[in-house]
Design a protein around this ligand. Structure first.
Ligand SMILES: C[S@@+](CC[C@H](N)C(=O)[O-])C[C@H]1O[C@@H](n2cnc3c(N)ncnc32)[C@H](O)[C@@H]1O
Length: 486
């Protein structure tokens, strides 16, 4: 350990200095959120140890090099190679200079290991390296990019909106050698998102996911409130049948990787936290896939308040204004109940009615039965899904649903009371919540994710609804009822 302490001291000193001199906006622009020590340690927990004379490492966007230091420490605590050859990129030349000084402070005299480095202050995505690596490590920038800025050779893995970190992963995969390991700390979204279907296909077909570690809630890793779930993933070129799954501080469990793939078309990778979650994958797989999207539709509220002219919204109840209809917002959903009321205690966004006229016609929907869901989740709480039944409670022809809400309906837009109850029960159950959590990757409910889940068919939904007829559905009750159907 002594051999690396000086380097850590230097790292801490240079990182503090760097952060003091940078403004928040500069840091945000290049996504310069450095990995905290403990998270960098967890990146290499259970990493496959490669025993070779010369070990070649790449950090694609090294920052001040914390991942490199942790990996060197990990390698040397397991094995003494003759040489560790480090390649590191960062677009910021100051960071490359810093890493050069920090690496000089790794004192390996007591080991017979030489440390060599090739440091590049370049854009990694446009770099051309002909080496293949034993270890590639990264905490890449998370930022949407314009498709015209994506290098041609990476466009093949892109669908829709590209994100920098997807591109970093795609490029690094090509640079792994036969026994190599890619260790990624990044948002979890690429494991289940629509835009990364091709990237997942490549990973699942030509590589193996050897480890996935997920964290318990929205930890503020990087001194910012990240709006994404973060995870650690190890990918190898070599085929592995099993995957190590760990969550939070729990001991890892070994599972057959194939079982975690939700569907061979989308290759969504489910991330169980423990054996109970894993059992749910099997249980839900007895329900058909695609019920949401075929028999039930999930839609997002169309009223984006800041896009609607102010004079078309009102803080008064719709009955009190001429040509007004209710505007249902997430604050009307509380503790499993729907309550249409004024928002007097709120400072802003207090509109609860919208004028029904030519300007708003396209964003209003018929007053029918729906299941309403809050789009934003709060993982601090036990449950991800917060929903209520809406059984035409309000006396109106039309409704406005705020964009902070999603709603479920069917293709004829005529869910019965029984169907609403049944859907509500499924969504409210702990089992469904835990099942959905395995694919949810952001802090919002996502239509693509829902449409890919296994879900009870309409007959089963009606049966569940009938079991609950006349009862208020609480989460406990829903969980008990669902047990019968799983
Ligand atoms: C999230 S930080 C991680 C830094 C470091 N690896 C760590 O874990 O602390 C991302 C780094 O990517 C660098 N970066 C941003 N765009 C880049 C690009 N196109 N090529 C290489 N590095 C880039 C930033 O300067 C920043 O240091």
């Amino acid at each position: 350990m002594g051999y690396i302490n000086k380097a850590y001291n230097m790292y801490n000193e240079l990182t503090n200095k760097y952060m003091k001199e940078k403004s928040k906006s500069q840091i945000k622009k290049l996504s310069q959120y450095f990995t905290p020590h403990d998270i960098a340690d967890s990146l290499f927990t259970d990493v496959i140890v490669i025993k070779k004379d010369i070990i070649e490492i790449l950090d694609t966007c090294c920052g001040n090099g914390i991942l490199l230091l942790k990996l060197i420490e990990k390698i040397l605590s397991n094995y003494i190679p003759k040489e560790i050859c480090i390649y590191a990129f960062d677009i910021d030349p100051i960071l490359i200079e810093n890493v050069a000084s920090i690496l000089e402070h790794v004192d390996v005299n007591n080991h017979d290991t030489k440390i060599k480095s090739k440091l590049y202050s370049e854009d990694y995505l446009n770099s051309d390296i002909d080496t293949k690596f034993d270890y590639i490590v990264m905490n890449p920038p998370y930022k949407k990019v314009n498709i015209v800025d994506v290098p041609y050779n990476l466009r093949g893995v892109i669908i829709g909106q590209p994100n920098m970190y997807h591109l970093f992963i795609a490029k690094a995969l090509n640079e792994l050698n036969g026994n190599g390991v890619l260790c990624i700390l990044s948002p979890k979204n690429y494991l289940s998102g629509r835009y990364t279907e091709k990237l997942r296909k490549k990973i699942v077909t030509d590589y193996s996911v050897y480890k996935i570690h997920t964290f318990n809630n929205r930890r503020t890793f990087f001194d910012i409130k990240i709006t994404q779930e973060v995870c650690i993933v190890h990918i190898t070129r070599k085929h592995h049948k099993d995957i190590m799954i760990s969550y939070n501080g729990n001991a890892p469990i070994k599972l057959p990787f194939k079982k975690l793939i939700l569907d061979p078309k989308t290759n969504i990778i489910q991330t169980p936290r423990d054996m109970n979650d894993y059992a749910l994958i099997d249980k839900f797989s007895n329900f058909p896939k695609g019920i949401i999207g075929r028999s039930i539709y999930m839609k997002t509220g169309k009223v984006v308040q800041f896009r609607v002219r102010k004079e078309l919204l009102s803080e008064r109840k719709y009955r009190q204004i001429k040509h007004g209809v209710p505007l249902i917002v997430y604050r009307h959903i509380n503790s499993g109940k729907f309550t249409y009321s004024e928002l007097i205690n709120k400072k802003k966004n207090r509109a609860i009615s919208i004028y029904n006229n030519g300007a708003t016609k396209s964003i209003l929907i018929d007053n029918r039965n729906y299941v309403l869901l809050r789009k934003n989740t709060d993982k601090k709480y036990d449950k991800l899904i917060s929903c209520v039944p809406y059984m035409k409670y309000l006396d109106t022809d039309k409704l406005g649903i705020d964009n902070g809400l999603a709603y479920l309906t069917n293709c004829e837009n005529n869910l019965t009371n029984l169907e609403v109850k049944g859907i509500e029960c499924i969504l409210m159950s702990k089992q469904f919540d835990d099942y959905y959590r395995m694919v949810n990757s952001s802090h919002t409910l996502n239509v693509y994710e829902f449409e890919n889940l296994h879900f009870p068919d309409m007959d089963t939904i009606r049966q569940i609804g009938a079991d609950l007829s006349g009862m208020d559905v609480t989460s406990e009750l829903a969980t008990r009822v669902m047990e019968k159907y799983l």
